[in-house]
Every structure is written in structure tokens, then in C-alpha cells.
Design a binder for this molecule. Sequence first.
Ligand SMILES: *Cc1c(COP(=O)(O)O)cnc(C)c1O
Length: 218
Amino acid sequence: MGIRENVQQLLKELPGGVELVVATKARTAEEVLQAVDSGIKIVGENYVQEAERIYPVVGNKAKWHMIGHLQKNKVKKAVRLFDMIETVDSVDIAREIDKRCAQIGKVMPVLVEINSGREKQKSGVLPENAEQLIKEISSLPNIKVMGLMTMGPRFGNPEDSRPYFITTRKIFDRIKALELPNIEMRYLSMGMTNSYPIALEEGANMVRIGTKIFGERT
Ligand SMILES: *Cc1c(COP(=O)(O)O)cnc(C)c1O
């Protein structure tokens, strides 16, 4: 099947209220444009540089989400390009986003990335530190925390991802119940090609999908 059919099938299959983010890494700008023209409303970028490559072709036909680890020296560019940054995992990066947004008069919606698998090489805040981080960054005037994101470890069997999604959902519910000022726990971004059906069962309302739309990365 082609990109158009894959997108349309996914959009039909996803329950109402679930946002579909297309993960664009290693795809051409034309492929991404095709996905957007088939009904995708959000593109997810792993790198600022890739977003700069695709933006001239896709432009404002979609919203732009940063879904990769954000380096401090890329924040200035990132706050101009992106409509949401899904990968905030430290006070340091949140402060930099806040500062750069203040300079251009923007309030950036952000998700806090949870390292639900406690993997050393992965970014994200550890589950037990999430609440403290969110409290600390909630007072920054030019960012707005709108939920959580997690990757979780990669498994052949998607069922193995379930505990990591549950961990993240529990943090989401707990922080939501605190009703902290300037925090709006609306989005729970989890699930990829392999694991999104499990993620949806565990409460995801934003899924990030690449392979199922474009085919295997080569
Ligand atoms: C690549 C990627 C995805 C999508 O992965 P697929 O398995 O191709 O669907 C989702 N989220 C992030 C952060 C990614 O880097």
C-alpha cells in the first residue's frame, strides 16, 4: 500500500480524540508532504536540521512537533520552527526554551519526556523525578506544560511495552489530579508502529508513527 492508503487506514482506525503524529526521520520532504496531503495534521521531527530540510516543502500545512532529544544550542532555532516540544527532560532545557521564547514573544507548549524504561542511554526524566521537574518548570512564563511523552524500550513483542506505558500513564494521572497552576495535563504521547495499539489501551491520546505510514526505513 502507498502512503495515502496507510494514512487513511490509520485515521479510520484511531479512536476519536487521538492525535496522530507522523514520525518523519529518514524520509524525503516529498514523502512527508504526501502524508500531510493525505490527512496528517502533525509532523514529528527528531532533529532541528531535518525540520529545516522538510519545512520549505510542507510549511504550515501541518503543525510541527519536536520528538527527538533537543540540544541546548539548537533551542533558538527550535522555538521558531516548532509548535510543540515533546522532549523536555530537565530544568536546564526548559529554562533555555523559556528564554528563547520570551525573545520572540511566544509561549511554547511542551511535554515532559519520561524515561519509563530507566535506560541509561536514553533521554527523559526518571519516573520518580517527573513531578518535581514539572513543579519547577511550571512557573516559567513562556512555556506551558501540556502532558507527558515516553518512548520506552524497544521490543519485538509490543506487549512487553505495556508496563512502561502504564508507568507513564500513572504519572500523568497523578500530576493531573494535583491541578497545578499553569499546567494542563492534556496530552499523553506514547506508542509507535509496533506498540501503538497497546499504548492506546493504556491511555495514550497522541501516537507517533513512521514505519506503518512510510514502510521500513532503509
Ligand atoms: C522513529 C520514532 C517514532 C516512530 O517509530 P516507528 O516505529 O517508525 O513508527 C516515534 N517516536 C520517536 C521519538 C521516534 O524517534
